[in-house]
Design a protein around this ligand. Structure first.
Ligand SMILES: Cc1cc2nc3c(=O)[nH]c(=O)nc-3n(C[C@H](O)[C@H](O)[C@H](O)COP(=O)(O)OP(=O)(O)OC[C@H]3O[C@@H](n4cnc5c(N)ncnc54)[C@H](O)[C@@H]3O)c2cc1C
Ligand SMILES: NC(=O)c1ccc[n+]([C@@H]2O[C@H](COP(=O)([O-])OP(=O)(O)OC[C@H]3O[C@@H](n4cnc5c(N)ncnc54)[C@H](O)[C@@H]3O)[C@@H](O)[C@H]2O)c1
Length: 452
């Protein structure tokens, strides 16, 4: 059978663009449809603008340090409008880089919403159809609001990057990656920031001690964290929003940010007759090779609800390309993914939490929390945390968790060591770099706990 394309990719985000470019560069006929802006979540309303906002929000602290180091420095006022204009210019530039690079590789781009009509047919919003030997769904996800009265009041993370002005006083609902990163950003930009967290602690799923350390630091920096508190009533009162929490706490805010999770973009995407199966959360069900229940259709990235991180979507794209277009069956490797949460202070983490390690096998826990040189000199109270979990039996390092400046940068390299199967002895025989914070990783002496 003749097809219009060898590959049709749905979604111009991190995963989709990588798969399309690699396949087109190999000389295959490739098309890609994007209904919004090229670059997708990461570039337009995720990692990139978020990180730029993190940078912007860290300057007051940096100027505070500058004073302690002898500079006659004051911070002045933050001009959201000037920053936001610049940030959006940068996003426009990156969007155009994504588009140009895909086109240069030979990808035909359709600026259109598309749907999957059968195992080989795509329908564009103008009614036109295209056929392809393989279809790759990389449609990403979107933020969700809870199902409760007046939850349409306030914003979601997508809206943060288009704010006309900063709120004076903000409530963030949800204590996951997005809630905690946004709390640090808004607090740093001078917004009075509170969080409503359903559970007992922020950042569910991460190492318990590390979560506690970050929460303490965030609170000390000025974020008010209400734990065991989900909103139960919301009302607009004039230009304020009144919120009542499940623990009885009531307060008025200028705005709400719902950071209550994300859902895959699968609604009305694939005709039921096609046979692609979704899981309970609406994510596309795939095997280890990202193949769906329909052999010609594959799915990667957030739309599969596996690990929702940009580098993971990109690796899934590469594995898909190897498997389908290089004849080299490559399963996706989701083991030991290093990640950073850009809270203030930042967290870098790879491998098992103390709780998961203890569940798995007898574990030695090494940990140290101390005031780093730069802080101590300035009279700062905040401590950095370095924590390492080691198998009692094999000496293998099972997990590393770091909280402090540059934790994201440090964990990248720790990730390499863990991927190579490093033992505690390997860390110990590595010479320290002095004076750094990271030297703690190779000088952790005695375990603080032994979990049998
Ligand atoms: C606020 C925020 C901060 C984040 N920060 C980080 C971070 O610091 N580090 C990190 O690793 N990850 C981060 N992430 C996660 C990361 O952005 C995602 O994991 C990544 O972008 C997923 O890529 P993807 O290719 O699967 O999907 P996406 O990038 O979401 O791309 C999907 C694209 O498909 C398009 N689309 C959907 N349906 C259709 C259709 N029917 N027709 C045509 N086009 C369609 C969408 O418009 C979208 O552009 C963050 C996410 C958010 C929301
Ligand atoms: N630095 C990074 O790499 C980075 C940054 C942002 C996002 N991400 C990715 O995006 C994904 C989604 O992030 P997210 O923060 O949207 O989701 P999440 O699942 O991490 O957090 C959502 C939080 O909202 C809470 N919640 C849900 N409903 C609630 C309610 N009614 N009241 C109170 N709390 C409620 C949940 O308990 C949870 O803690 C992450 O899992 C991550 O993979 C990564």
């Amino acid at each position: 059978m003749e097809f219009d394309y060898d590959l049709f990719v749905i979604g111009g985000g991190s995963g989709g663009v990588r798969a399309a470019r690699l396949t087109a560069q190999d000389g295959h006929k490739v098309a890609l449809a994007e209904e919004s802006r090229m670059g997708g979540t990461c570039v337009i309303r995720g990692c990139v603008p978020k990180k730029l906002m993190v940078f912007a929000s860290e300057y007051p602290e940096a100027v505070g340090f500058a004073r302690d180091y002898g500079w006659d420095a004051t911070i002045g006022k933050f001009d959201w409008s000037a920053f936001s204009t610049r940030m959006n210019q940068e996003l426009d530039r990156l969007e155009s880089v994504y588009e140009t690079n895909a086109e240069k590789a030979g990808v035909k781009i359709y600026h259109s919403r598309v749907t999957v009509e059968d195992a080989h047919t795509i329908k564009l919003s103008d009614g036109q159809t295209c056929t392809a030997k393989h279809i790759l769904i990389a449609a990403g996800g979107h933020p969700v609001r809870p199902d409760m009265k007046n939850a349409d009041i306030g914003m979601v993370s997508d809206d943060v990057f288009n704010l006309k002005a900063l709120p004076g006083k903000l409530l963030i609902v949800g204590g996951g990656y997005i809630g905690c990163e946004m709390a640090g950003i808004f607090n740093g930009l001078g917004v009075e920031t509170s969080m409503f967290i359903r559970g007992a602690q922020i950042l569910r799923g991460f190492d318990e001690e590390t979560r506690g350390h970050i929460a303490d630091c965030m609170a000390r920096r000025g974020v008010t964290i209400h734990t065991g508190c989900a909103p139960v009533e919301i009302e607009r009162r004039g230009d304020k929003v009144w919120v009542k929490g499940s623990n009885g706490h009531q307060e008025e805010f200028d705005d709400i940010l719902w950071a209550t999770g994300r859902k895959p973009n699968t609604r009305d995407l694939i005709a039921e007759s096609v046979g692609v199966k979704l899981d309970r959360k609406g994510a596309i069900r795939v095997d280890d090779y990202s193949q769906t229940d329909v052999p010609s259709i594959f799915a990667i990235g957030d739309v599969t609800g596996r690990v929702e991180l940009t580098p993971v979507a990109i690796r899934e794209a590469v594995a898909f390309h190897e498997t389908v277009f290089k004849g080299n069956k490559t399963p996706v490797d989701h083991d030991l993914i290093p990640t950073a949460v850009f809270t203030q202070p930042e967290m870098g983490t790879v491998g098992l939490s103390e709780e998961d390690a203890a569940e798995q096998e007898p574990t030695l826990v090494y940990a140290t929390a101390f005031r780093p040189m730069q802080q101590a000199f300035a009279g700062g109270e905040e401590r950095v945390l370095f924590k390492m979990l080691v198998s009692r039996e094999t000496d293998k390092v099972l997990g590393v968790h770091i909280v402090g400046p540059g934790a994201g940068e440090m964990i990248q390299f720790v990730g390499v060591a863990l991927k190579m199967g490093a033992t505690k002895a390997d860390f110990d025989r590595t010479c320290a770099v002095h004076p750094t914070m990271a030297e703690e990783l190779v000088t952790l002496k005695e375990p603080v706990r032994v979990l049998d």
